[in-house]
Design a protein around this ligand. Sequence first.
Ligand code: ADP
Ligand code: MG
Ligand code: ZN
Length: 194
Amino acid sequence: MRRGRLEMIIGPMYSGKTEEMIRRITRRNIAKQNGLILKPSMETRDGKFLKSRSGMILEAIPVKDSSEVLDLVKKGRYDYVALDEIQFFDDGIVDVIEEIVNMGVSVIGSGLNLDFKGEPFNNVSRLAMKADELTLLKAVCVICGRDATRTQRLVMVNGEWRPASKKDSTILVEGSMENVRYEPRCRDCWVIEE
Ligand code: ADP
Ligand code: MG
Ligand code: ZN
């Protein structure tokens, strides 16, 4: 039996990962492929949709973990599965995606290349290395306008936005806390406090 393919789209926030994912899904729709579009339920801001910051929108099923992903895929007959924001999934997602691809179903995955500390996410980086096709997207650095490969976390301290510290916890969902925000920056403009 023919195996599926794994395509991974990675980059910082605002680099167009969701936009690119929607573009690839739209093309597969035109080719009459049957897809299962998933997103982590942990990301609650956009509800049952994949939304790009440029306004593209597509319905998606929120799932809580990697075993739910596998269950859903096994329940249907799909040509491909699309999974946005893989960094929010558990590490079991790496083997689950391998299993799905071996079942003959292609996977389009996307996720952050680095956390706000500049370190790769275990699941995203392993999947990126296992991918048949890997795309690293860049955003525009909000400070200098060059290509941005990093995500800056800022925290509100005494009425002022300050770079986050290495000691802060890795995952804080955007929009879930009023005193935290993220922006894309190049390597030179990206700052992390000790
Ligand atoms: P991601 O899923 O990677 O966070 P999106 O696909 O949601 O990115 O959004 C990408 C869009 O964000 C761009 O097409 C552009 O319209 C918008 N955008 C706003 N600010 C920036 C920026 N600093 N760099 C790049 N794109 C930006
Ligand atoms: Mg996105
Ligand atoms: Zn810069």
